[in-house]
Design a protein around this ligand. Structure first.
Ligand code: SF4
Length: 264
């Protein structure tokens, strides 16, 4: 079985469409893990992709549903099942990232197991091997990682095709396809200031969601020292100076898409 792990940004969209037009052999399906916190343009883009892909596109979610709701409920109950890498003050630092594995990798793996007919908790037979395609381009090669599941083998077709992000953009334009915006949770602590600025200017509804979420996480949980922030300045998002960090060369900690290996 060949499965495309679809982050829905530039790279994995290019990969999905290259397979759709026959430039590479198509996968059996694409799977998008929905945190429930993506910007509206990502959901519109997925709706469009579904109409043009000649193979199924499955949308999956963690068993606890929306990541933002799960995070707030976890803080309330002193549990941290899928915590994003929030910035902390007193002590200053950053929480370890659990979210992408729990909200992206696990739901996709669970979907593949279901498609293989393997019951939850049962061992995947050693005869089974799944090829998982990841939309990582040559300029993001440092994000290539082997799978943690012995029965899943990662493959990076854009690397094989020597496709950089720039070449992906050129390919999309050449074929007359729309250029997808960046996919990531609207309040992802990995955003650069450029990303925050663009969101504030062009997606005010998403920015308002991020501001409200940032305020809601502030006090962390009783079991946790310090206060939490989505912006690296450790100021409330609506008070943070979004013009400074990028100019100091503090770029995005994030790759182009969050498919479970973002920020690494
Ligand atoms: S986009 Fe950011 S917050 Fe969302 S799952 Fe990925 S790393 Fe976590």
């Amino acid at each position: 079985m060949r499965v495309l792990s679809l982050g829905a940004g530039v790279q994995s969209t290019t990969l999905a469409l290259m397979a759709a037009v026959g430039e590479i052999e198509p996968p059996d399906c694409a799977v998008f893990a929905d945190t429930g916190a993506e910007p509206q343009h990502v959901y519109r883009h997925l709706d469009w992709l579904e109409t043009v892909l000649p193979y199924p596109l499955h949308r999956v979610q963690a068993r606890w549903g929306n990541l933002g709701d799960a995070v707030l409920a976890g803080l309330e109950r002193d549990k941290r099942p899928a915590m994003p890498p929030f910035h902390t003050r007193d002590p200053d630092g950053m929480l370890p990232r659990q979210c992408s594995k729990e909200a992206k990798v696990r739901p996709i793996t669970a979907k593949v197991r279901q498609m293989l007919g393997v019951a939850p908790g049962a061992r995947v037979p050693t005869s089974v091997s799944v090829e998982m395609w990841l939309g990582i381009s040559t300029d993001e090669a440092h994000r290539m990682k082997p799978s943690e599941s012995p029965w899943i083998r990662h493959r990076w077709p854009l690397i094989d095709a020597e496709m950089s992000r720039r070449r992906c953009l050129a390919w999309l334009e050449r074929h007359g396809y729309p250029i997808p915006g960046k996919s990531a949770c609207v309040w992802c602590p990995y955003h650069s200031d450029e990303m925050w600025r663009q969101m504030k200017a062009n997606q005010p509804e998403d920015f308002a969601v991020a501001v409200a979420f940032d305020a809601a996480i502030r006090d962390g949980s009783k079991a946790m020292k310090g206060t939490l922030f989505v912006h690296r300045s450790r100021l409330p998002l609506d008070q943070a100076d979004l013009s400074t960090w990028a100019e100091r060369g503090q770029g995005d900690l994030f790759g182009e898409e969050c498919e479970g290996m973002c920020g690494t």
